[in-house]
Design a protein around this ligand. Structure first.
Ligand code: GLA
Length: 396
């Protein structure tokens, strides 16, 4: 009897801890986080030198001024064995002065540090994972001055459910004494958009991104091109809210063989999706074109506008798509996407994207930075694998 009662109480407490009414309320990521992560360009080749030079480039390129703030170290920053006290040990060859010194370097520049761990026995590259060590590791991150944790899904799960594995680290971070953005990297396996709002500030919605337009993989294939991932976001637009974001994975802008137009399309679409804008290219050597894309403030403003909704797909004819996002000032951001070879004319109307009937509309081109007026038709000739992106408002 007592046992049954205890089980009911425990079950109720678990439910309470997981219901959206108890949404993660850490006051962080009220707009989608912006920054950089080492994985897409450097994989295991991380070091204090790389992180600090990236921070310098973030400042000198104008990215910091445009809103990028997190500099995130991904996998492989640590030794293959925990230390004598059971703590994680930064690889002294890669981080000769420890993680604390890197955090201090970033903080002096007005930037923040992110780190990576896994909700399993190992990270994806085979380093010690955090399962069973959540309290100790979270406390360690807090002592080092870490501001952001990407929490992966590799290693053994020791019989624990995904909910327990991810909530254990949420609770450990809450207990750590430091405000740390909590980024779930569960790859969309268990539909985190349906349960992760009270658990993390953002959750990966797909398998890993790769710098290709499309990979022709089935929906859950690995890896995913830009358009493969986009297809999987269409059904998720109502799941995000301030402090809780869908994460279609880090940016590949400037990576691989993506063309200038593909880079612009990728950046525009991620902004319309309210995605975290976490650059994944080598900031130290990026071209002027890539820099201009990453610092396009009119596109960034669409991403950072949380008063409206995440963008949603208005139409898709198999070759072209229209996406729209209601902005908090009453305007609507719209993307006309050509998935294939162009040029092709793509058109929609102000009413189709949710604006009220009016005599005329102001049309701001977010890439050409020009203004025009329309009676209601919104159209553009869009080239190969490209987008046109506008912000439309009622004029009269
Ligand atoms: C997984 C994640 C990637 C990256 C690697 C690191 O694949 O999804 O984003 O963090 O692990 O090993």
């Amino acid at each position: 009897m007592l046992k049954t009662f205890a089980a009911v109480v425990a079950g109720t407490l678990l439910l309470l801890a997981l219901t959206p009414a108890h949404a993660l309320d850490n006051g962080l990521a009220l707009t989608p986080p912006m920054g950089w992560n080492s994985w897409n360009s450097f994989h295991c080749d991380v070091s204090a030198k790389l992180v600090e030079a990236t921070a310098d480039a973030m400042v000198s390129s104008g990215m910091r001024a445009a809103g990028y703030v997190y500099v995130n170290i991904d996998d492989c920053w640590l030794l293959k064995k925990r230390g004598r006290n059971g703590g994680l040990v930064p690889d002294p060859k890669k981080f000769p002065h420890g993680i604390e010194a890197v955090a201090a370097y970033l903080h002096r520049k007005g930037l923040k540090l992110g780190i990576y761990e896994s909700a399993g026995t190992t990270t994806c590259a085979g380093y010690p994972g955090s399962i069973g060590h959540e309290r100790q590791d979270a406390a360690q991150f807090a002592r080092w001055g870490v501001d952001y944790l990407k929490y992966d899904n590799c290693g053994g799960y020791e019989g624990e459910t995904y909910l327990r594995r991810y909530t254990a680290m949420r609770d450990a971070l809450a207990h750590s004494g430091r405000r740390i953005v909590y980024s779930l990297c569960e790859w969309g396996n268990k539909e985190p958009w349906s349960w992760a709002q009270p658990v993390g500030n953002l959750w990966r919605t797909t398998q890993d991104i790769t710098p290709r337009w499309r990979t022709d993989q089935p929906a859950n294939g690995y890896p995913q091109g830009i358009l493969d991932i986009l297809d999987q976001q269409a059904k998720l637009s109502t799941a995000s809210r301030p402090g809780a974001w869908n994460d279609p994975d880090m940016l590949e802008v400037g990576n691989g063989y993506l063309s200038d137009e593909e880079n612009k399309a990728h950046f525009s679409l991620w902004a319309l999706l309210n995605a975290p804008l976490i650059a994944g290219n080598d900031l130290r050597s990026m071209s002027q074109d890539v820099r201009d894309i990453l610092t396009n403030r009119e596109v960034i403003a669409v991403d950072q506008d949380w008063g409206g909704r995440q963008g949603y797909r208005v139409s898709d004819d198999g070759n072209t798509q229209v996406w729209a996002k209601p902005m908090s000032d009453g305007s609507v951001a719209v993307i006309l996407l050509n998935e294939r070879r162009g040029p092709v004319n793509i058109a929609t109307t102000a009413q189709a994207i949710g604006l009220k009937k009016a005599g005329s509309y102001g049309v701001r081109d977010l890439w050409k930075h020009t203004d025009s007026v329309s009676a209601g038709r919104i159209e553009a000739t869009v080239g190969t694998h490209a987008v046109a992106m506008f912000r439309i408002r009622v004029r009269s």
